[in-house]
Design a protein around this ligand. Sequence first.
Ligand code: CA
Length: 297
Amino acid sequence: MIAHRGASGYLPEHTLASKVMAYAMQADYIEQDVVLSKDDVPIVIHDILLDDVTNVLEKYPNRKREDGRYYVIDFTFEEIKTLVVTERFDSETGLQIYPNRFPKGTSSFRLHSLQDEIELIQGLNKSTGKNIGIYPEIKKPEFHHENGKDISKIVLNILSDYGYKTKNDKCIVQSFDAVELERIRKELKSQLFLVQLMEFSEQKNLLEFYASYADGIGPWYKHLISSKTADGFSFTPLIKEAHKLDLVVHPYTFREDQLDEFDSFEQMIDVIIHQAGADGGFTDFPNRMREILQAKL
Ligand code: CA
């Protein structure tokens, strides 16, 4: 069970507070999305943009690009640390995306570096005697290359410095970019556990290619389901075919406040994990997923 952006159902995503809460909720892994700053510091943030989780608009009104957006890569880490982070909102309307979550614009949260977060999790591992893992995602590597930055190289070096070097270390590296993830294995020679994220159902035809460098896949959970009838759910062959290739399957995202085709969170977890056979998954609500998985045992 992977805490998606921390315990993001309860606290603003990717804040250290949300990571501490995820840790206390017994996630197996805690996720970090990573984007480089202007001065090459890996920042833990979901997008290459700052404007839908921070007050960058008020703080640095003149630093937007021609498209009107504010990019992490245009700001130094020192500048980024001055921004206040809040619950995710629509940058056009100002309305928060999940209205029942932590109230937007309240309390005080900041962005931090990948190193800050690794030190937090490793520090908690020391003080609690547990061994919770990290699950960094390389965000938009092509965009970074276009801006003259090799994000994968920088992130892999930091992971190595903190002791994450092989598949035995509790670190899983993920990316949507297959070209880059293959490069991480073959050119950058990483021995870490690699998960290929999948956005489109047509990518099911690429499983053999993914298996040539990755250890797992991270599909959208909807691509595991073929139909829902009164008798229940039926499934696409994606998980079976992935398992035949020794790929683990970690679908995204289990959200108790966004159930879509499911009647309850219990049903969602039962269908995707127990019926379809996924090996784990990303959740915004680690305590609830933990409770439901344990009740089933
Ligand atoms: Ca992610």
